[in-house]
Design a protein around this ligand. Structure first.
Ligand SMILES: Nc1ncnc2c1ncn2[C@@H]1O[C@H](COP(=O)(O)OP(=O)(O)O)[C@@H](O)[C@H]1O
Ligand SMILES: [Mg+2]
Length: 339
């Protein structure tokens, strides 16, 4: 990877590049910030790069603009979920990151988990609840510390933590937990037609960036996230100054290598390509800590302060090298990956 990034690059060889940013998802603001950083890095490298905000332009302009390739840095729906990838496939404009199918799978946290489980990739136990459906009968089997989130959302929108009260009869505690779940589902279902209730893993939080695809996919150094009150919410992700990021994560070398291996396997299981980032909780067990994977982001944040650039830096790849590396691998479904 670093070898690749250290090659001298003549930005002009990429031709005219569109940086797709903004969009109309709830993560628009984050995408505008990521996109501005990517655009600046490309332009400073001599790439003929132009911003393109699909919320402000007709998609037909993608074709008339004459883009030779596109850097896709839209987050959330209509950008990260396969829809825009499908448009670019139809227009035959190569784009960065995962293809139509992997993007659509990764946008749906439940579908992602369903692919991981048969591969033996650890992920918190969950139940999926459709809008209007009753709570599953066996919800108590998930434990008493739970988290509810929309199936297809990002940036911690619509996420609620719930705990059964410590005191009271078992029946009263169960009833309180169910009331909490009903309220949390109301919130999550404002964002999506389905939500997932997950067992909450009480442990350290990590994230693992992955570059490449298939057998060539490689993990970057892990980042540990220490948010105030273990609350890594929208504010703490993007605005607060109190969240600490440690990269490489201070973990035993063998454990780090194991977590990276599991994340690469999880990335491959979804068929992701180009780049991505997997969010991970560390479960404390009698045999020591072990990873439990939450989700795969196929177009993660790319501001100067984002986690993938942080991991790349720890690997000796600066922000510009990372952006060029991702752009280099742009392609269409079915095309050969670059050598
Ligand atoms: N099962 C879980 N156990 C503990 N914490 C969780 C769990 N699921 C999510 N979280 C917390 O909520 C945050 C957001 O959840 P995540 O699944 O990554 O969704 P998104 O980032 O798409 O909103 C995580 O970064 C983590 O802090
Ligand atoms: Mg996440």
């Amino acid at each position: 990877m670093s070898q690749h990034a250290e090659q001298p690059t003549d930005g002009r060889r990429f031709g005219k590049v569109g940086v797709l940013l903004g969009g109309s998802s709830s993560e628009r603001e984050v995408s505008l910030r990521s996109g501005a950083a990517v655009l600046r890095a490309l332009q400073e490298s001599g790439v003929d790069a132009h911003a393109f905000d699909p919320a402000q332009r007709s998609l037909g302009d993608l074709e008339s603009a004459g883009f030779a390739r596109v850097f896709l840095i839209l987050h959330g729906r209509q950008g990260e979920d396969g829809a825009m990838q499908g448009v670019l496939e139809t227009l035959r404009i190569p784009y960065t990151g995962s293809g139509v199918q992997a993007s659509a799978i990764a946008m749906d946290k439940v579908t992602t988990k369903r692919l991981w489980v048969p591969e033996g990739i650890p992920t918190p136990a969950w139940r999926r609840v459709e809008r209007g459906a009753a709570l599953p009968e066996d919800i108590d089997t998930l434990g008493t510390a739970l988290i509810v989130k929309p199936v297809s959302e990002g940036s911690t929108f619509g996420v609620t933590k719930i705990d059964a009260p410590d005191a009271g009869t078992p029946a009263a505690r169960r009833a309180a937990l169910r009331r909490g779940l009903d309220e949390a589902l109301d919130i999550a279902l404002r964002y999506d037609g389905a939500a997932l209730i997950e067992e909450r893993i009480l442990g350290r939080e990590l994230t693992c960036a992955v570059l490449g695809e298939g057998a060539q996919a490689r993990a970057l150094p892990l980042v540990e996230i220490r948010a105030p009150g273990a609350n890594y919410d929208y504010h703490n992700k993007y605005f607060g100054n109190d969240t600490q990021y440690l990269c490489p994560a201070p973990l035993d070398a063998a454990l780090s290598a194991h977590i990276q291996d599991v994340c690469v396997q999880a990335y491959r299981a979804v068929g992701a390509r180009g780049w991505g980032r997997i969010d991970v909780m560390l479960r404390e067990g009698p045999a020591g800590p072990s990873p439990c994977l939450l989700e795969l982001n196929t177009a993660p944040g790319m501001t100067d302060h984002s986690l993938v650039p942080m991991a790349a830096r720890a690997h000796g790849m600066d922000f510009t090298q990372l952006v060029l590396h991702i752009l280099e691998a742009a392609r269409l479904d079915g095309q050969e990956p670059p050598a």
